[in-house]
Structure formats: structure tokens, C-alpha cells
Design a protein around this ligand. Sequence first.
Ligand SMILES: Nc1ncnc2c1ncn2[C@@H]1O[C@H](COP(=O)(O)OP(=O)(O)OP(=O)(O)O)[C@@H](O)[C@H]1O
Ligand SMILES: [Mg+2]
Length: 591
Amino acid sequence: MNDIPIGLGAQFMRHSPRFAVGMAFLAGYQILQRDIDLTVKDAVDEAVAGNTELVQALGVAMVVMAIFAFIIRVLSRMAIFDGGRIAEYELRRALLDRLHTLGPSFYGRMSTGEVMSRVTNDLAQVRTLLGFGVLTSVNTVFALVSALSVMIPISSKLTAAALSVLPLLFLVMRQLSGQLYTRQRENQEALGSMSESVQASIAGVRVIRSFGLEAFEARRFDHINQDYLTKALAIARLRGSMWPVMQTITAISVVIVFWYGGHLMLAGELTEGDFLAFYRALSRLVWPLIAIGFLVSVLQRGRAGYDRIAEVYSAIPDIVDGDKLGADSAAGSLDVRGLSFAYGESRVLNDVSFELPAGSSLAIVGRTGSGKSTIASLLARLQPTPTGTVFLDGVDVCELPLSAVREVIGFSQQNPFLFSTTVGRNIGYTLSEPDSQASDAIIRYAASEAQILPEVEDLPNGFDTVVGERGVQLSGGQKQRVALARAFVKEPKILVLDDPLSAVDARTEKAILETIDRQRAERGVLLITHRVSAASRCDQILVLDKGVVVARGTHEQLVAREGLYATFAEEQRIEGELARLSQAEEEALHV
Ligand SMILES: Nc1ncnc2c1ncn2[C@@H]1O[C@H](COP(=O)(O)OP(=O)(O)OP(=O)(O)O)[C@@H](O)[C@H]1O
Ligand SMILES: [Mg+2]
């Protein structure tokens, strides 16, 4: 898609053949209109002279011309509007491609609502500019030439008189459409904040309910809704007054033509045919002149819209594709050397180094906020990994294509995101044909490995159950295991599991740990966890504290030493004891 030119002018040139065809039709239309005017003049003059037969023939000719004119007009609009629509389509695709390449620094700056309004509203403005804008500007020029070529030969004095009001029409329209533009923008903004508020309310509906804040939310929403109503009414009033104003001004011009034209006719300077043809040509000019008023704001809006879109096009991705190949036959060894990282100003990781030889396993343990998830996201380059810090089979990941890195590293995130589709498709998201029979078997196997198969089968439609937006219809633990299954499906060389046990009960935890043991036999596993019981199974354990590696070794080595890990082990041993005791007590009470 990179070959699509994204500038306004470039898009115009790209679709210029279509625009040229449309303009040719417009020219044809205006020529036919002029011919109809001249035929009107002849027909009326002949009628006055009493040549009935000729008048009938001219009448038929007019009908034929009018039909042709109608067809040509439709074709011209199709050609030009299609150009605008296709440009919009292409720009939107290019925009989405761009949005996929942009990373955390862009999305940290621009909210979802902002991005959405660019992809929808602003692009629509650009389409209007390239469709309606092009059509109207060309049509207005052609209409002026065509109408004046009828009016001036009939009477230049009458032409000057009739057109004397039209600058007023243009000025008033410009003024009104400028106001309309401002009000429309305010209205758009009000609509935007209303949708944002609705979205936030819906997303946080459980929090609102649990704190009993419905009335407060309703009042807040009422305020925003009221604001939108006020702005919508302001537009309606302006729109409502536009037509009467335009009609009044055109009526003045009609009065002038009848009054002054009548005089000229009585003086013998105009025939009846001249007068009617003149009047018809003048009426053809009214709409194109009104449209110039709109054109100004269409131009402004289109350009402003394009500038807002251009901010997305010109945003620089903080995670760029490398071009070194050769990861296809990856063995899957990871080497992290002196990795430091900061979110903006706040430093999160400091000189972290570790190795994950192909097929081995490593656990990272550490208190909450110590930077474990940050390490995981840097391995898969979901954050801007500094160059020269993470190596995959000896090659700097920053030099590899992103697709190659993500092919090798399967990542199950701590806060998994599920798509609003079926469980099966969520698990088989990375498969090329998730609905095929072969995929079905892979998905089921992955689900059973992630210890979620029985629960999925109990859902109303099994794997075909739709999980709702972000997976709201699943429990936290279920979502976590669906995401785990999604990572298993890829059969990556390296599996990065970020806290896969945080939302499961003891029995499921045990089963998942057995799965992880099986996975360890087949691929490299990096397990992020708070649980000593899980970490103890890995070949190596890395203890992280405030972004610094404070200890490393096997479980046995680490418990033998004093330190964070030994403290964790002791804390969790006591927790386990307590849990067992309370269970025993409970059982005793039931006996
Ligand atoms: N996108 C972000 N922008 C800014 N700061 C962030 C971002 N993500 C995490 N942080 C900060 O970085 C630090 C490390 O976060 P990280 O998520 O890596 O911790 P963690 O060890 O995974 O914690 P947990 O065990 O709770 O999952 C935290 O202080 C957090 O506030
Ligand atoms: Mg984390």
C-alpha cells in the first residue's frame, strides 16, 4: 500500500482521468443548457410569429436535449464523486496501515477518540473536497461561461443589471456558510465529547454501579447532552434562515430583470424570446453562485481535515522494521545485554542482562512494579527496544523484521486483549484459516493445554460463543487462559508468559504448571510470575527489584541465600500453610 500517494494534490492527480471525464461531461452539460436557452428564444419568437409547426419541432428538440443533459449530468457527478470516494478509500487504507506501524509514543499522545475522528470525520471532509469541491468549482466556471454566452449577446446592459445583485448573494452566502462551518465544528466537537462520555460510561459501567454513582453520571451526561442540543439547534436555525435569505436576494434580481427587461422589450430592444432565454440563463446561474459560498468552507474544511490526517501520516513510528533476514531457521536463543529502559523520564529498567539458551527456561520474579512486564514487552519489541540490548540467535532484534521477531517469540500478555468474536477465533487468531478443520484441531489442543477446554465446551455455543467486547462475557481467569491458548497455537520457538497464573485457582494452577513443563521440553520458556512454586521449575531464576537484577540462580541456590527470593519463598510457604490449616479446620467442622 506504500505506493499510494497521500498528499491532496497527489490524490487529485492520481484520479485525474476520472475527474477529466467528469469535467468533459460537465462541459457537455453546460453546452446543452446554452443550446436549450437559444432554442427557447427561437421557439418563443417563432410562436409569436405564428409558425406553429416549427415551434412544435423546436419543442421536441428541447425535450431531447433536456433528456441528454440529464443523463450527462448524472454521469458527470458519478465520475467526479467516485473519484472523491476512491480517494477517501485509499487514504483510509493508507491511514490504517500507518496506524498499525505506530507505537506507544503515538498512542500515548493521541486518544482513541481522536484517532477515530480523523479516520471518519476528517477523511469525510477530504472526500467532500475532492468530490463536491472539484465538481462545484468546475461547474461554476462552466455555468458562468455558458450563461453569459447567452445573456451578453441578448443584452449586455440587462446582464450587468441582473448580475449587480449577485455579488451580494455571494457575500451573504460566504458569510452564512462561514458561520455554518464554525457551528458545525462546534457541533462535531460536542458530538465527540458526548460519544467519549458515553464510551467511558459504558466501559466503566461496573465501577459506576458498584459505587452507586449512576445519578452523578446521569447529571454529568445531561450537561454534555444539553450542550450538544444547544449546538444542534444553532445549526438548525442557521440552516433554516439560509434558504429564505437566498430566495430574497434572487427575487431582487428577478424583479430587476422583469422591470428593466420589460422596459427594453417595450423599447423594442428585446424580443419575447430574448427575454425568456435571458431569464432562463440567469436562473441557471443562481445555484452555481450560491455554491461558491459553500465552496469556500468546503475548501477550508477539506484542508483542515487533511492537515489533521497528515499528523498521523507524518508521525514517526518508534518501532521500525529491521531488514536483516535469516530468522526463519531460528534456534530461539535470547540474549539480553545491559538493557535499560525509561517511560519518558521515569527509568524502569537498569542494566538488565540475562540469557535464555534455546530450549531452556527462565523465570523472572519480582515485586509488583519492578519492571517484569516491561522486559517482556521489550523482547517482542512492543515498546521501543534500545538497539544493541536484545539479541535473538545473536542478531540484534532491532535489525530483524518485526514479523520475524514476533514469529519466534509467542507472547501471552498480563492483561490479555480479546477480540469481540468467538472463543475459537480468539484462540486461533494467528492462524491463516482459523475456521478450517485443521485449525479446529489445533485450537482445541491449545485450549486443552491452557486448561480451558472443559469451560469452553460448557459455554452456550462452545468454541463458537462470541465473547463480547474485549471478552466481557468471560471471567478474568478464563480470558487469561484463552490468551494463553492463543500463544500456544503459534508454537513459537520462545514462549513468553507474563503472569499466566495470576487469576486461576490452585488446581488449575497445578495443571497449567504441568503444561508449562511440557512446553519447556519443546521450546524456550520465559515465565514471569510472583509464585515461587512456578519459578522453581525453571532452569534459571532472575530476581528483579526496582528494575535491577538483584540475584540469579536456580531455586535451590536462591533459597539457600538470604534475599528477596528467600523472603518470597518464606512468605508463600506460610501462606500455603495457613491455607491448608484453614481448609483442614473447615473440613473438621463439616464432619
Ligand atoms: N506504559 C507505561 N507508561 C509509563 N509507565 C509505565 C507504563 N507501563 C508501566 N509503567 C511503569 O513502569 C514500572 C514497571 O511496570 P511493569 O508493568 O513492568 O511492572 P511489573 O513488574 O510487570 O508489575 P506487576 O507485577 O504488577 O505486573 C511501573 O512503575 C509502572 O508504573
Ligand atoms: Mg506485569
